[in-house]
Design a protein around this ligand. Structure first.
Ligand code: GDP
Ligand code: ZN
Length: 336
């Protein structure tokens, strides 16, 4: 609330502007209803949002053709990956009349720290890290916790395995631990022809997004996976460096070998969003069966007697390293 009181005249002017705006939206909705009823559009069919440009969107129809569409005035905001119902006009363009329910939605904070949806209906978040630059101590856990909070399955991609020492080094041991926790781990390199075989397999029949620290090779991987689209992606990231508004929009690509990729510079930088303590704890999948079994219902798993998590660490069923990582993430979130 503004401290300063609005004068009566100011208030009147604001109300007038709002009323005019509402009337305009109503009028547009009426016009749309009329033209929809007049049969200027074909029957309702299913489609998928593959790119988003403000009020217009590109829709892919069931037979894989692309259509530039606008959205009915009364429809919620749509994002790339949304399944929609739309009607085609004679000229091939169309109007989106409804949005299907979402399996999940990936959100990121806008400049005002409000979470905004950026893409929907994603099967997996591929967390990319590399032999070089090596991930700092709990980087992977931070990404996993953030991914788990979205409800989208994460998988780990270790890139640049061409730089890995023969015995697998420390990273090799680290990955074995994540595999034991139940995470899929894929090893990749853009430096060998067969370097992406395991990744191709992981991408088939699924809709994926890549996230990870800068320098780990996300652009290189995507260039190799989408050779024909490489130029366009390059252009996108160049624009985003200039801070162009439209480039934060995500785009859905069909992979030549099967599967889909949703990509935008904004998604690649996906970080730890504003999570609460409960979400952080639940982001450690091996804690889930233990949560709720502490002696105190409001246990914060610090040094309380009868803490199920601390007991599990002492028994060795939860690793010291993951528990330390959990504590470190909590500390980084607590505003002081
Ligand atoms: P991004 O910031 O995650 O998009 O990373 P880039 O794709 O820009 O890659 C960063 C650097 O790593 C570039 O110099 C790439 O050439 C290099 N790179 C990417 N993949 C590999 C790989 O598999 N092996 C090696 N040795 N270098 C790679
Ligand atoms: Zn506890």
């Amino acid at each position: 609330m503004s401290k300063r009181k609005l004068s009566r005249q100011q208030r009147w002017r604001i109300e007038k502007i709002q009323a005019e705006r509402a009337a305009r939206a109503d009028k547009q909705a009426v016009r749309e209803t009329e033209s929809l009823e007049a049969g200027e559009y074909g029957p309702e069919v299913a489609g998928r949002v593959i790119a988003h440009f403000g009020r217009t969107l590109d829709i892919q129809s069931a037979n894989a053709t692309l259509h530039r569409c606008h959205v009915r005035a009364n429809l919620d905001s749509l994002v790339t990956g949304d399944r929609v119902i739309w009607r085609e006009a004679q000229d091939g363009s169309g109007v989106i009349v409804a949005r299907d329910s979402r399996d999940n939605v990936l959100e990121r904070p806008d400049p005002y720290h409000q979470l905004k949806p950026v893409a929907a209906n994603i099967d997996q978040i591929l967390i990319v890290f590399a032999v070089e630059p090596a991930p700092f101590a709990n980087l992977i856990d931070r990404y996993l916790v953030a991914a788990e909070a979205t409800g989208i399955t994460p998988a780990l991609v270790l890139n640049k395995i061409d730089l890995l020492p023969e015995d697998g080094g420390e990273l090799g041991a680290l990955l074995t631990h994540y595999e034991r926790l139940g995470y899929a781990v894929v090893r990749a390199t853009t430096q060998r022809d067969d370097g992406l075989d395991a990744l191709h397999e992981r991408l088939t029949d699924r809709t994926s997004v890549f996230v990870g620290q800068s320098g780990v090779g996300k652009s290189s991987l995507i260039d190799r996976l989408l050779p024909d689209e490489a130029l366009r992606i390059g252009a996108l990231s160049e624009d985003s460096r200039k801070g162009t508004h439209t480039t934060t929009t995500a785009r859905l690509y069909a992979l030549p070998g099967g599967g889909e990729l949703i990509d935008s510079p904004g998604i690649r930088e996906f970080g730890l969003v504003h999570l609460d303590e409960q979400q952080v704890a639940e982001g450690f999948i091996e804690f889930r069966d233990l949560l709720g079994h502490c002696r105190f219902r409001d246990c914060r798993h610090r040094n309380e007697p009868g803490c199920a998590l601390i007991d599990a660490v002492e028994r060795g069923s939860v690793s010291q390293q993951r528990f330390a990582s959990y504590r470190r993430i909590l500390e980084s979130l607590t505003p002081r």
